[in-house]
Design a protein around this ligand. Structure first.
Ligand SMILES: Cc1cc2nc3c(=O)[nH]c(=O)nc-3n(C[C@H](O)[C@H](O)[C@H](O)COP(=O)(O)OP(=O)(O)OC[C@H]3O[C@@H](n4cnc5c(N)ncnc54)[C@H](O)[C@@H]3O)c2cc1C
Length: 249
């Protein structure tokens, strides 16, 4: 699998962002423990937009390129959308989330295509991390809902993650695995997913979250005989890289 790429960065993207962005207001911010914020944005420009579960929105910050988040719901009638943001502590969007306040105005681009969950057949084997909880919740809004979906997450804190997932009602079929040094925890996830594929070789894999983890799982399922067409990879972030925009393969 080629390395996930970032969108063209810097000035050009920032200008494009300003040209196509819509103004929205923060309607609600709910802290879910220290590490997550459930944010609802509202704006007339969001009314009657087209939203497909798995789409991203990009929020602009002070002349910088947008930062991507995945709505877990989108009310086209009222022009409001909610996402769960992870406060990882290393970037501008993460800092903003930690202190976001009701009534703040933001510039937003989207919803834009990132991961077409609507088109994913079942069984679905979904992998991600804290940044993917909202995407997992958006599966509910697909035509097949949560039927035959199994979810694996690698996380820093199983306790904080469990609370966040319960808050957004993602509880069925969830396996939480705490990160370990040298990514040893991925051994277990890899063997779980390949076992599930042996039982259901027609299953579809959806891998999101941290780029190196996705790359490793992608190689594992390909070795297990799964065709490239059965796997969707969308990297949400990579260590040391700023502002991923979402790349589908
Ligand atoms: C299509 C798409 C959908 C996304 N949906 C969501 C979502 O619903 N909820 C959500 O919380 N995030 C989501 N993300 C991830 C989010 O956009 C990134 O975490 C982004 O880097 C946050 O911007 P930032 O300004 O905080 O950090 P950046 O300025 O982009 O990066 C600064 C530093 O922080 C590091 N970093 C970024 N993310 C993490 C992390 N999770 N853990 C540890 N270090 C990190 C980077 O590697 C970099 O070193 C999504 C990304 C994409 C591409």
């Amino acid at each position: 699998m080629p390395p996930p790429s970032t969108a063209p960065s810097g000035v050009v993207e920032s200008l494009v962002h300003r040209l196509v962005s819509r103004r929205v207001t923060v309607r609600e911010v709910e802290p879910v423990g220290d590490a997550f914020r459930l944010v609802t944005l509202v704006g007339e420009d969001l009314e009657n937009r087209r939203w497909i579960p798995g789409d991203m929105i990009q929020i602009g910050f002070a002349g910088l390129a947008g930062r991507a988040y995945t709505p877990l719901s989108f009310d086209l009638r009222t022009g409001s959308t909610t996402f769960l943001g992870y406060v990882h502590g290393h970037g501008i969007a993460s800092s903003w989330l930690a202190s976001a306040t009701i009534g703040e105005q933001l510039f937003l681009v989207g919803p834009r295509s990132a991961l077409g969950l609507d088109a994913v057949n079942r069984p679905m084997l979904f992998f991600g991390d804290e940044t993917s909880f909202g995407t997992a919740a958006a599966i509910r809004a697909t035509p097949e809902g949560t039927r035959d979906v199994a979810l694996w997450f690698e996380v820093e804190s199983a306790e904080a993650s469990r609370i966040a997932l319960e808050r957004i009602c993602v509880t069925n079929g969830v396996t939480l695995t705490t990160r370990e040094p040298q990514d040893r925890h991925l051994d277990r996830i890899e063997s779980d997913i390949t076992r599930a594929l042996r039982a259901a070789p027609q299953a579809r894999c959806v891998f999101t979250g941290k780029a190196p983890s996705i790359q490793r799982l992608y190689r594992a399922v390909r070795r297990a005989g799964i065709s490239a067409k059965q796997v969707i990879n969308v990297a949400y972030w990579a260590p040391g890289r700023k502002g991923f925009s979402g790349v589908q393969r």
